[in-house]
Design a protein around this ligand. Sequence first.
Ligand code: ISE
Length: 346
Amino acid sequence: MTMTLDPRHSGAGTGQAVRRVGIIGTGIMGADHARLLTGAVSGAAVAGVFDLDAERSAGVAAASGDARVFADPYALITDDGIDAVLVASSDATHEDYVLACLAVGKPVLCEKPLAPTVDGCARILEAEQRHGSRLVTVGFMRRFDPGYTDLRQLLAEGAIGAPLMVHHVHRNPAAVPGLPSSALITNSAVHELDIIRWLLAEEIVEVAVHAPRPSGQAGGTQDPQLLILRTASGVLSDVEIFVNARYGYEVRCELVGETGTVTLDAPPPTLLRRSGVAARDFPGDWRPRFAEAYRRELQDWIDGTGGGATAWDGFAATFVAQACVAALESGERHSVSLPRTPELYS
Ligand code: ISE
């Protein structure tokens, strides 16, 4: 399944086969993925796009070097001119599109969450196991961030001894008014839920969510929240999630081990010293902060290297996130008991 190289597409002139990608959903993330696939990832071409907003998809198609605009997402998925599908539509639509990709045996990269419900994720797991090999990748892009990969490498090398605790800070400048309090967990802190499993290579078995006095800027949403998560071996993580922090987008992490700690600050490279103050800029959202992670994630997917999160990881993240939502609502600690990892993912 290759195409004739078009000089506008990356990979052109290298003799490399190009994977023709169809993108479903050309909002903020879909458009960003289209830009990276067209200009920063080798061996890929955006060959088709679909969005409910036809004008928006036409704009992304034109910027992607003549991609076809589809009026029906299922027609995009089954089209012979599409080798692989990237799903960046609204969360509630993910399950149907991923299942449709599995039905025709096409690789699919689905933005997080794999599906908003545990049952939805389970249906995807069943379909992929019936297919018999892994086709689904979930867009937990932090796994490709140079800072997080360093952290994981240092831990694996024994640089700080056995892990004891992980501190996380995750802040967005502003959220839409009326955002459900659960969205802080399912939309934002879900990244930390995935990172904890990936860093420590073990499962989260107990969760609690503490709710401080909500910010007056949060419009009724319970914001911030403090998640406390315990893994099977007893490592404790805290996650401060604050989506109306106002000053900018920031993610930090500190891993505490028996013989040292590693801190992930990932500050912008420039520091301005002026008028008695040293200052750094914070990005307005996560895209500049994780630009390199997105690029690496897409390259890995196009190359078929398999470094991304699997459908099982997507299931586990939604499973733990739902336990956290229950803990937020009850104000109590909840234990989490994931089913056994199916053979396809172990
Ligand atoms: C957003 O949806 C993302 O996926 C970002 O990665 C995350 O950091 C942000 O908090 C979310 O709102």
